[in-house]
Design a protein around this ligand. Structure first.
Ligand code: PBG
Length: 329
């Protein structure tokens, strides 16, 4: 008897780069990458964010230039976060027609027209002096329904300034419905909503709070963002957002929540986005800086993992860099 050798040899399809490329089940496409960008009021030069090497708070001018470059590189969209010069209890700069994000949206929509998808993060934490995502009751809790009225007004201001998509990230109950009604009431039926539906109370947002200058002055966000221990609850949040009129739904963070991305992808028929957040970015950049991981390979692998879990769209601070790398081969 001759020795029996395997007939099935999965290694046959791994033999060369060409074979591996041919049979790859998951592909990264620049068109599915969304670049989050920060724009700060009242600065003359872009300011680096120390905990996010390579990320800056932009001036209006540097934002226009960087947005242009990202679009040239082929990213699918950009999402704006504003850092206002003045903060107050109700976050009044958030829906001011001359607020920093509205000014940026007007300039970018004039520059870029329909060449890219212009999105605006819709929340109050960057705009309130206390750093919470809504307005407070006298006892210091976030007042859900009073906050909805603020979100409705911000949505209309962002739409009027040229946002194609608004992205509510405050995790108030009923926020998508309130925003949809306000947009429709103001004639913005075509402005879409990308809902941060399953957003966890995550320590991975740490570096973002430097970038957006929005760390809460007291307490944390666990009374409105989800508990990392829960999974089924994400499906409930997603379903509620869809009933209220969300056009796309998001899971956030991405890497530590790939099970949630998969469950959401399997449960809905709308596009699913996942947000690779500041802490995911910072950890890889920090390890790479020390030479502990191969930066380029780890970045791509982290994104492939998120796509493989089921995300159609990925928000990532590497969007422009990766898009450039993918298109230049
Ligand atoms: C809230 C918001 C946050 C992020 C996006 N939108 C911060 C928070 O909820 O505390 C985090 C993004 C990141 O960490 O990259 N407006």
């Amino acid at each position: 008897m001759t020795a029996r050798f395997p007939v099935a040899r999965p290694r046959r399809l791994r033999r060369s780069a060409a074979l591996r490329r041919l049979v790859a089940e998951t592909r990264l496409d620049p068109a599915g990458l969304i670049l989050p960008m920060f724009v700060k009021e009242g600065i003359a030069e872009p300011q680096p964010v120390p905990s996010m090497p390579g990320v800056v708070q932009h001036t209006l001018d540097s934002l226009r230039k960087a947005a242009h470059e990202a679009v040239e590189a082929g990213v699918g969209g950009i999402v704006l976060f504003g850092v206002p010069a003045h903060k107050d209890g109700t976050g009044s700069a958030a829906d001011d027609p001359d607020g920093i994000v509205q000014r940026a949206l007007r300039e970018l929509s004039r520059d870029l027209g329909e060449d890219t998808v212009l999105m605006a993060d819709l929340c109050l934490d960057e705009y309130t002096d206390h750093g919470h995502c809504g307005i407070l009751t006298p006892s210091g809790e976030v007042d859900n329904d009073a906050t909805l009225e603020r979100y409705a007004s911000i949505a209309v201001a962002q739409a009027a300034a040229g946002a194609h998509v608004v992205a509510p990230s405050g995790m108030m109950d009923g926020q998508v419905g309130a925003i949809r009604a306000a947009l429709d009431g103001a004639g913005y039926h075509q402005v879409a909503i990308m809902a941060y539906s399953a957003k966890y109370a995550s320590a991975y947002y740490g570096p973002f709070r430097d970038a957006a200058e929005c760390a809460p002055r007291f307490g944390d966000r666990s009374a409105y963002q989800q508990d990392p221990a829960n999974a089924a609850e994400s499906l409930r949040e997603v379903m509620l957002d869809l009933e209220e009129g969300a056009d796309m739904v998001m899971v956030k963070p991405a890497g530590p929540y790939l099970d949630i991305v998969r469950r959401v992808r399997d449960a809905v028929t709308v596009p699913v986005a996942a947000y690779q957040v500041s802490g995911e970015y910072a950890m890889i950049e920090a390890a790479a800086e020390r030479g502990w991981v191969d930066r380029e390979r780890v970045i791509i692998e982290s994104l492939i993992g998120i796509r493989r879990a089921g995300a159609d769209l990925i928000l990532t601070y590497w969007a422009a860099e990766v898009a450039r790398r993918l298109t230049s081969g």
